[in-house]
Design a protein around this ligand. Structure first.
Ligand code: AQP
Length: 325
């Protein structure tokens, strides 16, 4: 039997190259070796205010992006979180297993709540518990995510271990899969901050659907470090970030990237990076346009049915162990 992977992205904002290199690209690569569940986590999206019409549209758009990036619905299960009500049900149970103290330590809540717990939604506070439910429902072995989700994965493992200890062996304990390179693609404008969908400065992110001129302009205006060398160097985060994108998009080794740009200036480097990025995104952007809403609905409803058949078994055993029914 193949091991299982589960992962997801929120249908909020525009997906950027950080989401792609940190997560999506690895899902595509892993899907043939694992039994794979890829979810569009729309219940997570509403932890922050969303326009209902936009959310609905973005949910289908994200399915299109998964497929255009190379997720094969014949191989992987692709579905929308809210179509499988077991996610919300298990989240309630795990809310009762979680401790206030451990959720208060989650840095994403501090970042996204902007330090204002009084005004943040309770859903934002319990976001990591819903994420734990997503993962544990599928008896997941491996969770391919970016670096920003590492702390949530640790919480997921803690909750599963606590539940198993208190109620008997129920959940498989998942491992994170955080890629050695690309797990934290940084903002082009503030290289000490991760590239983010919700960044108000749109020039900090390369969105997967940005047109060639926009990609080129953003890269040309990306901040650089002092000095002239184009090398991987932690003390020069802006150039390291741009070179990491080049490295991952071209598939050249780190050494090949450095020697390719030896003696060349930032101008040449940025033009080449822009060209590589535009050409990488071109077939993907073409493919995104090919999926009709009807095809997507069919894929998503088949995916939900398959996901439900696994999720309902897990929830049944959780309820039975807790004496709920
Ligand atoms: N900058 C990044 N570099 C590498 N991986 C990243 N991910 C997010 N940002 C980067 C990974 O993308 C997957 C899907 O992310 P999400 O939709 O759950 O959103 P997020 O993690 O909250 O980050 P975003 O996309 O920047 O959105 P906002 O602005 O709303 O926070 C995850 O595996 C994530 O690790």
């Amino acid at each position: 039997m193949k091991k299982r992977i589960f992962s997801g992205a929120q249908p909020t904002g525009e997906l950027h190259i950080g989401n792609y290199l940190g997560a999506l690209k690895n899902w595509v690569a892993l899907q043939h070796d694992y039994e794979s569940f890829f979810c569009i986590v729309n219940l997570h999206a509403v932890t922050l205010p969303q326009d209902p019409k936009v959310l609905k549209k973005k949910t289908l758009d994200l399915a299109r992006i998964y497929l255009a990036a190379g997720i094969d619905p014949e191989v992987s299960t692709v579905f929308i979180q809210s179509d499988v009500s077991e996610h919300a049900e298990l989240a309630w149970v795990l809310n009762c297993v979680s401790r206030m103290g451990e959720l208060e330590r989650m840095t994403q809540f501090k970042d996204k709540g902007r330090g204002n717990a009084e005004r943040a939604s309770v859903g934002l506070f319990t976001y990591p518990v819903l994420m734990a439910s997503d993962i544990l429902l599928y008896q997941t072995d491996l969770v391919p995510v970016g670096q920003d989700q590492k702390q949530h994965l640790e919480l997921t493992r803690d909750l599963a271990e606590r539940f198993n200890r208190d109620f008997g062996d129920t959940f498989r304990i998942p491992d994170p899969y955080i890629p050695p390179v690309g797990a934290a693609i940084m903002s082009l404008k503030e290289p000490d901050k991760k590239m983010s969908k919700s960044d108000e400065n749109l020039n900090g992110s390369i969105f997967l659907l940005d047109d060639p001129d926009t990609v080129t302009r953003k890269i040309r205006k990306a901040v650089t470090d002092s000095g002239t060398e184009i090398t991987f160097d932690e003390s020069r985060p802006a150039i390291t970030n741009l070179l990491t994108i080049y490295h991952l998009l071209t598939g050249k080794t780190a050494d090949e990237c450095e020697s390719h740009f030896e003696g060349k200036g930032y101008g040449v480097f940025k033009s080449e990076l822009a060209e590589v990025t535009v050409e990488y995104l071109r077939p993907f952007q073409q493919k995104v346009k090919e999926f009709e809403d009807g095809d997507l609905e069919r894929i998503l409803s088949g995916g939900a049915e398959k996901a439900r058949s696994v999720a309902s078994e897990t929830l049944k055993s959780v309820y039975s162990r807790m004496g709920i029914r």
